[in-house]
Design a binder for this molecule. Structure first.
Ligand code: B3K
Ligand code: ZN
Length: 844
């Protein structure tokens, strides 16, 4: 396969002035007619007329009305063209019903829908399918379906057809079409400047009752983007469509966002509080792309973080504003450590702006998205809130309508603030998680912090240069008072010292407050000091972090030395949980333990080969100890979940249910599941029902409830996904592969549906002791199914390959078992480019 390099960028030889598309829909023989005006691009050196096109049957083509016979391959076509503007016309035939890859135009439950990002438009018609070619689109859809949608504003419709015009120039990846017998949940929104916008959420009949929450989230997002970023919506309609078969979460097509139904449909009976929060965030994310992604798009796919990092950053700001800032921050850091750190420190490590790829779909990663957002957060911390706002205004003013680059983005900040960002730019080009080591010194009333940074080599990058790391630090006095307020230290050298004067006693430092940089902090401090921070830190993130590091420390000691759970940890957490003045959601997070995969990395980094079974045992032991230690407190914590007012998925109620659920799982360890069984019986929302069911499964008791749950929700595909997932994620390590395998034999295991496939195999990969069971049966099961799915849906298969990315951490026997599976996948005939690239990189 060919590798594409950032350094090889060159503009397309032509500009596109307008695009007219006509679709004659038919499940296995849709005709697409395109009429496109091209002009020579004065900025281009190469004027070769090459149009991408894959899996297309060319029926006819003409230039300025004269039939032509282009040279076509399975990648596209070339043709001799006039030296001035001309009109290209082509008619192609495509097969939406046979499109199982879910890229291009495909069918899901009888409805037509599209997914074009990154390079799916070339499966719809011949076109320069690259983000820097932008044009207005006019679309006519002919078909018997009741609802026919495309981008922009509706211009005409009648029996069997609809026409749409999108006045905003856009790249082809933002094109969308939907056709089906859908029903809508309508609403309206008036923008700040008085523009009336029609809003719709389109769903399959039967799902109408699950749209209200998404609609509220959309309106909140529209208001927020006006208030916080000064961005208004720019079309007469905004449509959202829910589809069951979708490779990712959702897609920001201009004026026609398409969502995985799991990321938009919600009701208290069928969705958990976490589902609600995620739906709100994804609706916001896709909506925010209208400015950061659509109005300003990317010059090429290497610049993906330009829109994704920024839009993730914006949706995180939105969630913090709607809910709780510390809770959102803690959850994001848990996620970063769980998904991005392993990626950044393993064979798939790549920079936030990669400089080469084989298949771009493999780079929609936690690094591009979440680390990309962290980089923007650091930039904002470094320049300050006002300068950030000024820079963003300049960004929108200067680049509206552009296909921009990271250089453009940074230039805006340099111009708005006068700050030199050349070193900061390394965050975009250097892969790997920096480690920051802390040393302290105390003499004559002066406290000195010496910070040093280093980043391990990553694939293709042996030597790392120092980065600009904003380290937010506050100091606490011995009585817990803050003696120095948060100050952002700018670590730019390999090693640097910072002093704090005028202190009467040696302070306790609170370092990396708010997780001010995506780094690993090495701070050799005592458990007494961590316990002190756990009870006194005024920074809520670091207070949580102190508890987390105590938990990590005690677990690591339990695993390596067989010590008993630390009393400092158990007492410290209990004290926090007793404090009713603290937000229940925050207290629920305090009860969490570091993930088992995270512990495996920590052991590996410390020079010990991790044993998944031992990690699991220690985690279970600590949980049991927690339950015993807090047994008097648990009923009270559980009681907080009993909300008397009607169900609301808001921060307050969901926080209380989170705490109650965490308490219930500990109580289950003491009462064998008695309380969970009665809670299950009376649960009237999915959050409580699923948490009680989870407790019962863990206790080995849930058989009757599992069956009852299935019978109750048999007809709800999203709830049945939960039913599949829960059984695998909570399976005992000895049983995980068996449970997974038997679920693949269940009549409802529609493995071609990405949600269902992920429900089982995503959960399998996340069940650390089960996936890494010494027998290797889980590795084998996953590999067999990846091989089976690849010819059907390479994108979803490739994503799941990352389950193997941490394989070099484990013992030789496990590495051998995994290697056999990686080799087996690699040796599969006709393996997709997507999976070939992933396995090649993972094998290293
Ligand atoms: N931009 C899309 C992701 C497209 C993924 C293509 N493989 C969704 C989002 O980030 O909002
Ligand atoms: Zn996005």
């Amino acid at each position: 396969p060919t590798t594409i390099y950032l350094k090889d960028y060159s503009p397309f030889g032509f500009t596109v002035d307008d695009v007219h598309l006509t679709f004659d829909l038919s499940p296995s023989a849709t005709r697409v007619t395109s009429r496109i005006t091209f002009s020579p691009n004065p900025d281009a050196a190469d004027h070769t007329f090459f149009l991408h096109g894959e899996e297309l049957k060319l029926i006819r083509a003409s230039i300025d009305g004269q039939p032509v016979t282009p040279d076509a391959t399975d990648k596209g076509l070339t043709c001799n063209v006039p030296s001035s503007s001309f009109v290209w016309e082509a008619e192609v035939e495509i097969d939406p019903a046979g499109n199982t890859a879910l890229e291009g135009l495909y069918m899901s439950n009888g409805m037509y829908c599209t997914q074009c990002e990154a390079e799916g438009f070339r499966k719809i018609t011949y076109y320069p399918d690259r983000p820097d070619v932008m044009s207005t689109f006019t679309v006519r859809i002919n078909g018997p379906e009741k609802v026919l949608l495309s981008n922009g504003n509706p211009t005409d419709q009648g029996e069997g057809f609809a026409e749409w015009h999108d006045p905003w120039p856009k790249p082809a990846y933002l094109f969308a079409l939907v056709a089906g017998d859908l029903v809508n949940h309508p609403d309206r929104f008036t923008t700040k400047s008085g523009k009336e916008v029609e809003l719709n959420i389109w769903v399959r009949p039967g799902d109408e009752g699950k749209c209200a929450f998404g609609m509220e989230a959309l309106k909140k997002s529209m208001t927020w983007d006006e208030d916080v970023y000064g961005r208004e919506y720019d079309l007469d309609v905004f449509n959202i469509v829910a589809v069951d078969d979708f490779n990712m979460g959702a897609m920001e097509n201009k004026g026609l966002n398409i969502f995985n139904s799991s990321c938009v449909l919600a009701s208290p009976e069928t969705s958990t509080d976490d589902n609600f929060e995620r739906i709100e965030a994804i609706i916001a994310h896709e909506y925010f792309h209208n400015w950061t992604g659509n109005r300003i798009t990317c010059r090429d796919w290497f610049q993906l973080c330009l829109k994704e990092g920024l839009t993730v950053f914006r949706d995180a700001q939105f969630t913090s504003d709607m809910r709780s800032e510390p809770v959102k921050r803690i959850r994001d850091v848990i996620d970063l450590r769980g998904r991005q750190f392993p990626e950044d420190n393993g064979p798939l490590s790549h920079s936030v702006r990669p400089d080469s790829f084989v298949e771009i779909n493999n780079f929609y990663t936690a690094t591009v998205y979440e680390k990309g957002a962290e980089v923007i957060g650091m930039l904002k911390t470094l320049v300050g809130d006002d300068a950030y706002a000024k820079a963003l205004d300049l960004y929108f003013e200067r680049h509206d309508g552009d296909a921009a680059t990271i250089e453009d983005w940074l230039a805006v900040f340099q111009d708005a603030t006068g700050r030199d960002l050349s070193q900061f730019k390394r965050w975009y080009s250097q892969a790997g998680t920096p480690r920051v080591k802390v040393a302290e010194d105390w003499a004559d009333g002066t406290y000195t912090l010496t910070l040093s940074q280093s980043t391990s080599p990553t694939p293709g990058q042996d030597n790392k240069q120092p980065q600009v790391i904003p380290v937010a630090v506050g100091l606490l006095g011995q009585n817990g008072d803050e003696v120095a307020q948060t100050r952002v230290l700018e670590l730019t050298e390999k090693e640097q010292s910072f002093t704090f004067d005028g202190l009467s006693t040696k302070p306790v430092p609170s370092i990396l407050r708010g997780f001010s940089a995506p780094v690993i902090l090495d701070h050799d401090t005592t458990s007494a000091e961590r316990a002190f921070l756990l009870s006194h830190d005024t920074d809520p993130f670091n207070r949580w972090e102190a508890g987390r590091s105590l938990a990590r420390e005690t677990l690591l000691a339990m695993i390596t030395d067989g010590t008993a759970p630390s009393g400092a940890y158990l007492d410290g957490v209990q004290a926090v949980l007793r404090d009713d003045t603290l937000d229940p959601a925050y207290r629920a997070l305090m009860l969490g333990l570091p993930g088992q995969s995270e512990l495996a990395t920590a052991l590996h980094d410390g020079g010990t080969t991790p044993d998944p079974q031992a990690i699991w045992t220690a985690t279970e032991t600590l949980r049991q100890a927690q339950a015993q230690h807090m047994q008097d407190l648990l009923p009270r914590l559980h009681g907080e979940a009993q909300v008397s007012s009607p169900y609301q998925p808001d921060a307050d109620q969901s926080g209380r249910r989170a705490l109650g659920g965490a308490a219930l799982s500990l109580i289950t360890r003491l009462d064998g599941g008695a309380l969970a069984a009665s809670e299950y019986a009376k649960a009237d929302n999915m959050t409580l029902q699923l948490s009680a069911l989870g407790c019962l499964i863990k206790a080995g008791k849930g058989e009757a409830e599992l069956q009852a749950f299935y019978d109750q929700w048999e007809d709800d595909r999203l709830v049945i996904d939960k039913w599949f997932g829960l059984q695998v994620s909570l399976a005992d390590p000895e049983q995980t592969a068996t449970v997974g395998r038997s679920l693949t034999q269940h009549p409802d295991f529609n493995w071609k549906n990405p949600n269902r496939f992920r429900a089982v195999f995503g959960a399998l990969a996340m069940n650390h002791p089960g996936f890494h069971h010494a027998s290797g049966t889980a590795y084998e099961l996953l590999a067999a199914w990846l091989i089976r799915l690849d010819p059907v849906n390479p994108q979803t298969t490739a994503r799941m390959c990352s389950a193997f990315q941490t394989w070099r951490r484990y013992d030789a026997a496990r590495q051998d078992l995994i290697k056999v599976q990686l080799d087996r996948i690699a040796a599969t005939p006709d393996l997709s480019r997507d999976v070939t690239e992933m396995i090649t990189r993972i094998r290293g």
